[in-house]
Design a protein around this ligand. Structure first.
Ligand code: ZN
Length: 460
C-alpha cells in the first residue's frame, strides 16, 4: 500500500525586548493587528496550535516546532505545549518512532553561517529537543529548507538521520518522496526526504478551493499515484491549518484520520517511515537553495526580487552583524584559550546552562576546568550569554522581509546591543562604536532611518 505523510513546520520569529528578556521570559507584549488577542503568538495559538492539538493532529502528522516558539509556548501557552510534547511521546512509546523533528536553535539560514556557528546552532537545537521531548531527535528541519553540503555533513556527524528538501532543491532520478541518499564530502551519506512541491503548494495556498479533504484525497492524492513512488510527502507551514486558512485544521484532521486511508494510503510520519524503509536510490542537492527564495539565498544575503524595493540594506546589515560577531569571537577566544579550554566546544555546551539544566561550574568541569576562580566563572558566564544573543541576531526573519525599519531587523540590532553590553561587562572592551559605524551604512527605504539610528532608538 502506498504511504502518505504530511509534515507541518510551525514557527513564529522571536520578538520582544531582549533587555527585558534576559534568557527567557519571551515577553512579547501588545502587537497591533492581533486583536482581540494581545499579540500574534497568542492569536495563532488560538486559531491554529491549540485547535490542532485538541483534534489530535499532532499525533497524525510529522511536525517540527521552532525552538524559540516552543520556548514561548512553554511559558505562555502551557496547555498547548503539553499536548504537542505528549503527542510525540505517545507515538514514540507506541511505535518506537516519534512525530517531531528538531530545529536549529535560532532558525538561522545555515548555509550563510560559518562552520562553527552551524555546529552551535545544530548542537543547541539537539540539546533543546532532547530536553523538551525527552529523547534524541532523528530528523532536523532546516530553517527555510536552506541547504548546503557542509550543513548536511554536520547533521550527519551529530547523528541526525534525515531532513526534508523540496523537489526544486534536488536533482537526479527521483520518483516520490524517497527517502534518498545524498553523498557527503567526507564519504558518508545523509538521508533526505523530498516533498511533492505541487501538492504542498496546493494545500498551502489553495486549501479553501479543494472542496474538502475527501475530495482532495479522491481526486488528487489517489490519481497521482502512477509516477510518484511509494511515499508521497506534503510539507507546508503548519499555520496553514487554522491561521492562514481559518477552520482548515479540520481538513488536516479528516485527511489524516480518514480520507487518505479511504483511498488506500497508509498515513505515516517520516521517522516511522525511515524505520521501515531505508534509502535505496541516490540524489544530489542544489546547494544554497531554500523553499522561500529562488535566487540562491539572495533574500537572506545581499537581497533579491523576493522582496519589493531596494534591498541593499540587507548586505549592509549582514556586514555589521558579521563584523560584530568576529570581534566578539576574538574577545571570547582571548579569554578562554589561556584556560586551556576549547572555546567552541565550551560554547556548544552552553544551551544546557541557558535552560537551567546545568550550572556554569558543571559545564566548565565537563570541559576539564574544575578549579576556576569565581571571577573567571562569572566572566565566562557573561561571554557565553553574549554569544547566545549574538547567535539570535541571525534568525532568518531578520533578513526575510522588505525593510530595515521593521520589527525583525530592529530585534536583531537589539540583540547585538545586548551582546555588546555583556561583552563589555566581561572584558571592558566596548564594541559599540564599530557596530554603530557599520549600521550607519544600512538605510530603511520606508523611513530613511539608518541602522545606527535604530540602534540609538533601541538603547533608549
Ligand atoms: Zn529571492
Amino acid at each position: 500500500m502506498p504511504a502518505f505523510c504530511l509534515h507541518s513546520h510551525f514557527y513564529q520569529p522571536p520578538r520582544g525586548n531582549p533587555f527585558v528578556d534576559m534568557l527567557g521570559s519571551d515577553h512579547i507584549g501588545h502587537e497591533p493587528g492581533a486583536e482581540p488577542y494581545e499579540n500574534w503568538n497568542e492569536k495563532v495559538t488560538a486559531e491554529c496550535y491549540l485547535p490542532n492539538a485538541e483534534l489530535g493532529n499532532f499525533e497524525l502528522m510529522s511536525f517540527d516546532v521552532g525552538a524559540t516558539l516552543l520556548r514561548w509556548m512553554e511559558r505562555h501557552a502551557p496547555n498547548t505545549y503539553s499536548l504537542i510534547i505528549d503527542a510525540d511521546r505517545k507515538q514514540f512509546a507506541l511505535n518506537g518512532a516519534g512525530n517531531a523533528m528538531a530545529t536549529p536553535a535560532h532558525h538561522t539560514i545555515l548555509p550563510l553561517a560559518r562552520k562553527r556557528d552551524k555546529v552551535a546552532q545544530i548542537k543547541w537545537g539537539i540539546a533543546g529537543f532532547a530536553f523538551r521531548y525527552g529523547r534524541q531527535p532523528q530528523g532536523m528541519w532546516l530553517p527555510e529548507m536552506a541547504v548546503d553540503l557542509e550543513t548536511l555533513q554536520i547533521l550527519h556527524d551529530l547523528r541526525i538521520r534525515f531532513t526534508i528538501l523540496s523537489e526544486a532543491q534536488v536533482e537526479g532520478a527521483f520518483e516520490g518522496a524517497g527517502p534518498y541518499w545524498v553523498q557527503l564530502p567526507d564519504g558518508g551519506r545523509m538521508t533526505v526526504y523530498v516533498r511533492d512541491d505541487a501538492l504542498s503548494n496546493q494545500i498551502a495556498f489553495n486549501i479553501r478551493t479543494l472542496g474538502g479533504a475527501g475530495r482532495w484525497a479522491r481526486s488528487t492524492l489517489a490519481s497521482r499515484r502512477k509516477n510518484s513512488g511509494r511515499l508521497t510527502l506534503v510539507a507546508v507551514e503548519g499555520e496553514t491549518f487554522g491561521h492562514h486558512h481559518s477552520g482548515e485544521e479540520h481538513f488536516l484532521h479528516w485527511l489524516l484520520s480518514y480520507e487518505a486511508n479511504a483511498v488506500n494510503h497508509n498515513v505515516t510520519t517520516l521517522e516511522r517511515d525511515l524505520r521501515d524503509n531505508p534509502p535505496q536510490a541516490e540524489i544530489r542537492i542544489k546547494e544554497y537553495t531554500s523553499w522561500s527564495c529562488p535566487h540562491g539565498l539572495g533574500r537572506y544575503a545581499a537581497g533579491c526580487d523576493c522582496t519589493p524595493g531596494p534591498s541593499n540594506w540587507k548586505g549592509a546589515l549582514r556586514r555589521a552583524l558579521d563584523n560584530l560577531s568576529n570581534n566578539m569571537d576574538d574577545l571570547y577566544v582571548a579569554e578562554v584559550e589561556p584556560l586551556n579550554l576549547d572555546p567552541w566546544q565550551l560554547r556548544n555546551g552552553y544551551l544546557e546552562v541557558s535552560m537551567g539544566q546545568k550550572t556554569m561550574g558543571e559545564l566548565l568541569a565537563a570541559n576539564g576546568l574544575t578549579d576556576a576562580a569565581d571571577d573567571v566563572v562569572s566572566r565566562l558566564n557573561l561571554l557565553l550569554a553574549a554569544s547566545y544573543f549574538r547567535q539570535r541576531m541571525y534568525t532568518a526573519s531578520t533578513f526575510k522581509y522588505e525593510d530595515l525599519a521593521r520589527p525583525e531587523p530592529r530585534y536583531a540590532i537589539a540583540n547585538g546591543l545586548q551582546a555588546i553590553t555583556l561583552t563589555r561587562q566581561a572584558t571592558g572592551h566596548d564594541l559599540l562604536s564599530g557596530f554603530r559605524r557599520d549600521l550607519a551604512q544600512a538605510v530603511s527605504n520606508r523611513t530613511g532611518q539608518t541602522g545606527a539610528q535604530i540602534l540609538d532608538g533601541v538603547q533608549m
